[in-house]
Design a protein around this ligand. Structure first.
Ligand code: ACM
Ligand code: ZN
Length: 529
């Protein structure tokens, strides 16, 4: 067969009606289950271009998985009875992230345009393996053809490490979970009122002072005034940050750091009070909520500080986007601060919203000069959007619609569907204490990221969607897993699977297998009602 014909026959899988569906999450674009099976065992070699380091690494990651959960590895580029072949074909028209996965009775072939597609093919393959094989080292796979590619380019998951700190080992686990479900953007919320979590060499006060609080509220903010009297804190060293960024890259995940400004900055002010309007003194936050003390927008020192911080952040994170926060910045102090008021007068700014816009635009200009783009929460629309800013729409979808209409990129993260800090049951007594809300699995699954209000042209500005995990009420890794699972599985179909292929009843059926897999991994997921 000519090369063209091979490609042609690979791409056009005839979709026969088949009763069987594969337990793959997110649901692939096309799949067909045939008759018979292939046995994957130690006589199957992973075969690929040995000169390609990325393919070698993907093969090693697959072997690590097999070893961990089935107790054996496959030989690599060896002469064996059967093959699991990883093939790059540049002309494959499925985008970089798409792949073909073909299992027949003789072997397995994963084909993609780029290594990331091969990686996603191996993730699907892992989900097709029997959870509890009858013969532990003989893994039976159904004969199948899969053709797959994602719907959105931004398939995000966020983690707030400011309110509670999570160790490097858990961040890696989190990235493992993301990769399993083909999520590709980790939004690392690194700075908060209650703790600054990233080492910045120029400002040691950020780790000596801003990363620690003296005590923490017990119970729910607004309902409790009890504190635990126990010091709490932690931060990631630059070497740990580099380790995590590399670990993510090996799983084809981009890490977007968030450095909050102008609000959510109380912890910084505790160490550097000269950056606030009143000069302090300030204390690292010990309760949850929104604090009035924010960076002074009138002082040049504020911008010098942030630019120096961002210099180090850009050295550590190669991402195109840097998240600059922008949410929940009370304007009380700015209204009373002579320097902020002078700035408004000098710059011809009509109100404090325009002062916030000035702040963000100035930071955008700086980051653009370093070749980066900014993304911020939807409050950055207020007072005028910075020229190249992308918007994360969290207060519903209004901000996302407005930004797309202004021809700005948008990531949808509405609280109504994608805030994983909300309760998973109406019976909150039976759940761990949470911030509020009610977000069951079905509601996450039902989310459609492209608003009907947008024209076809405007819809192109919706890059994708993301779920957020705020951790005021999530003090442990066990609880973080509980809030994440199974909702992260539903998220993956929101951002990967096309609308016509989404089916909640079918998803729940596939979840029955996935729960067994999660049991095998030891994941603390929330059980079905
Ligand atoms: C947010 O939830 N404050 C972005
Ligand atoms: Zn001020």
């Amino acid at each position: 067969m000519s090369k063209f014909l091979v490609l042609f026959s690979l791409i056009f899988i005839v979709a026969r009606v088949s009763g069987q569906s594969l337990p793959i999450i997110p649901q692939p674009a096309e799949e067909h289950v045939g008759d018979g099976a292939f046995i994957l065992d130690q006589n199957t070699s992973i075969v690929f271009d040995a000169g390609n380091a990325q393919l070698a690494d993907i093969a090693a990651q697959l072997n690590e998985y097999l070893n961990k959960f089935y107790g054996f590895e496959l030989p690599v580029n060896a002469k064996t009875k059967s093959e699991l072949s990883l093939k790059l074909i540049k002309a494959l028209p499925l985008g970089d992230e798409g792949y073909l996965l073909k299992v027949d009775k003789k072997g397995i072939v994963i084909t993609a345009k780029a290594p990331v597609g091969i990686f996603y093919g191996t993730q699907s393959l892992q989900q097709m393996l029997p959870v509890s094989p009858t013969e532990p080292k003989q893994l039976s796979l159904p004969v199948a053809d899969i053709k797959d590619q994602p719907r959105f380019v931004w398939r995000g998951l966020h983690l707030d490490v400011g309110r509670h700190f999570f160790p490097v080992s858990f961040i890696k686990k989190y990235l493992d979970y993301m990769a399993m479900y083909k999520l590709n953007t980790f939004h690392w919320h690194l700075t908060e009122d209650q703790g600054w979590r990233i080492e910045i060499k120029k400002y040691p006060g950020l780790t000596d002072i801003s990363s620690w609080r003296n005590e923490t509220l017990v119970g729910h903010a607004g309902k409790s005034d009890k504190y635990d009297g126990i010091g709490y804190g932690g931060f990631y060293t630059q070497s740990q940050v580099k380790e995590i960024v590399q670990y993510a890259a090996d799983k084809y995940i981009t890490v977007i750091p968030e450095i909050e400004m102008p609000g959510h900055s109380l912890a910084v002010l505790a160490a550097y009070p000269e950056l606030g309007c009143t000069g302090g003194p300030y204390k690292v936050g010990q309760t949850w909520g929104v604090f009035k003390d924010v960076y002074c927008a009138g002082k040049e020192e504020t911008f010098t500080f942030l630019e120096n911080v961002l210099d180090e952040v850009c050295e550590l994170f190669p991402s195109k986007y840097i998240h600059i926060g922008g949410d929940e910045c009370p304007k009380d102090r700015w209204k009373e601060c002579p320097l902020c008021q002078k700035r408004m007068k000098d710059e011809g700014l009509a109100d404090e919203h325009e002062l916030q816009s000035y702040f963000i635009k100035r930071i955008e200009k700086y980051l653009n000069s370093k070749g980066r783009q900014i993304i911020g929460w939807d409050e950055i629309l207020e007072g005028g959007l910075a020229p190249g800013a992308s918007v994360m729409s969290w207060r519903g979808i209004k901000g996302g619609i407005e930004a797309a209409k202004q021809k700005h990129n948008v990531v949808m993260t509405p609280g109504s569907h994608l805030y994983f800090d909300h309760y998973q049951s109406k019976d909150t007594e039976k759940e761990p204490l949470a911030i509020g809300g009610y977000l069951p699995l079905s509601q996450v699954y039902s989310y459609e990221p492209v608003p009907e209000e947008l024209s076809a042209d405007e819809q192109h500005f919706i890059l994708g969607a993301q779920a957020n995990v705020w951790t005021e009420y999530i003090p442990s890794t066990m609880q973080a897993e509980y809030m994440l699972f199974p909702r992260v599985c539903a998220l993956s179909e929101v951002v990967w699977t096309t609308k016509d292929k989404k089916d909640f009843a079918d998803f729940e059926k596939r979840m029955d297998t996935e729960y067994q897999r999660l049991d095998k991994f030891g994941v603390n997921y929330r059980k079905k009602d």
